[in-house]
Write a new protein. Structure first.
Length: 89
């Protein structure tokens, strides 16, 4: 019976030492920071891939360039008539 109590006391002391140890807390904080940075890297790599794809199409597809100019700059070709509809109800 006494051996079991001593084991629990030793376990609790070891747990407290690990919990309140400055180095261990720093290690845990760094672990979470590392995971956040890995997620950030994945996000940036995905955005980079999308931008590379967009650059490829802008360089190689004239129709894509024309579509981008029309949508972002609201440009119409000569002779085209632009119709705008209001959404009043």
């Amino acid at each position: 019976m006494m051996k079991i109590k001593i084991r629990y006391i030793i376990f609790i002391i070891a747990l407290l030492i690990l919990t309140f140890n400055e180095g261990n807390r720093t290690l845990i904080i760094r672990f979470f920071e590392l995971n956040k940075l890995k997620d950030s890297i994945k996000n940036v790599q995905y955005q980079n891939a999308l931008l590379k794809k967009r650059i490829y199409y802008l360089e190689n597809e004239p129709s894509y360039l024309e579509r981008m100019v029309r949508s972002e700059l609201n440009v119409t070709a000569p002779g085209e008539i632009e119709y705008r509809f209001s959404s009043k109800k």
